[in-house]
Design a protein around this ligand. Structure first.
Ligand code: ADP
Ligand code: MG
Length: 268
């Protein structure tokens, strides 16, 4: 459903003295993602992950190469509406994503902008809040709850409900748990897994915590704008050297396994 072909991307900017500079964010990146896959995107700070998420959502465009979403080239402006409703985007900071003063209105924002008829909108809002286990907020007085009273995990799930109300096929999560406490992190992760398993929504999950993507279908590892490695979690996480070179840790169980094997312990 998503094809990235030989993509290069650089940011142009000028410094205080007005001198132009170029910061290369992605270098000759190619991969594809199938419908229904859960893809983990790993990389340390500055490796190009957020740039990638904006390219997939047609917010920015490749300098070279192309990005196709369901066959639509992101550079063609007549496809932007379709691309952005096919691929939703959830960011790091839940507070920056809340736009309305009540939970109900916040989820309504997206479908309202899409011009969804009122009756269908009500169904979509209820359904979306249910999918993130916040159905309580679609009934009676709870509909008027201010998002300010929600926990971090609830705010992030509200942001997800807002994206779901636009009926996306795919959701890109850009480090969605990095500002949450352990409880909120767990809630959000299990919600995202359920969206994939139960509703077959394609998930692109960006993180620098390998533990969060242990059970992904596929992992992409980025370092300094290069796609370094691509494959199933088992192969990726067994490669201690590669992860270290990319500034990443092995997940604990892989680290332990490596340690025990070095000590001559045979593992099943
Ligand atoms: P990540 O999300 O993996 O931390 P980014 O995609 O944000 O990485 O950044 C990749 C590279 O692009 C970094 O070197 C960063 O400094 C640079 N970059 C990101 N945004 C901008 C910008 N608006 N202007 C100039 N350089 C940028
Ligand atoms: Mg980022």
């Amino acid at each position: 459903m998503i094809r990235v072909e030989n993509v290069n991307y650089s940011y142009g900017y000028t410094d205080e003295e007005g001198k132009p500079h170029e910061s290369v964010a992605l270098k000759n990146v190619s991969f594809h993602i199938k419908k229904g896959e859960f893809v983990g995107v790993l990389g340390s700070n500055g490796s190009g992950k957020s740039t990638l998420s904006r390219l997939l959502n047609a917010l920015i465009f490749p300098n070279e190469g192309r990005v196709l979403v369901n066959g639509m080239d992101t550079r063609e402006s007549e496809s932007w509406f379709d691309i952005r409703s096919t691929c939703g985007l959830v960011f790091q900071n839940p507070d920056n994503q809340i736009i309305a003063s009540t939970v109900w209105e916040d989820v309504a924002e997206g479908p309202q902008n899409l011009g969804v008829p009122r009756d269908e909108m009500i169904v979509r809002i209820k359904d979306s809040l249910k999918k993130v286990s916040m159905e309580k907020f679609s009934e009676g007085e709870y509909r008027d709850t201010s998002p300010l009273f929600l926990s971090g995990g609830q705010k992030q799930r509200l942001a997800i409900a807002g994206v779901l109300a636009m009926n996306p096929e795919c959701i890109i999560f850009d480090e969605p748990t990095s500002m949450l406490d352990p409880k909120g992190r767990k809630e959000v992760l299990s919600t995202i897994r359920e969206l994939n398993h139960k509703y077959n929504i394609t998930i692109i999950y960006i993180t620098h915590f390998p533990e969060e993507v242990l059970d992904a279908d596929k992992i992409l590892v980025f370092n300094k704008g290069n796609l370094i490695s691509e494959g199933e979690p088992k192969g990726i996480f067994s490669d201690e050297e590669m992860l270290k070179n990319c500034g990443l840790r092995q997940p604990f169980e892989y680290e332990l396994k490596g340690f025990l094997e070095k000590e001559g312990v045979e593992l099943p």
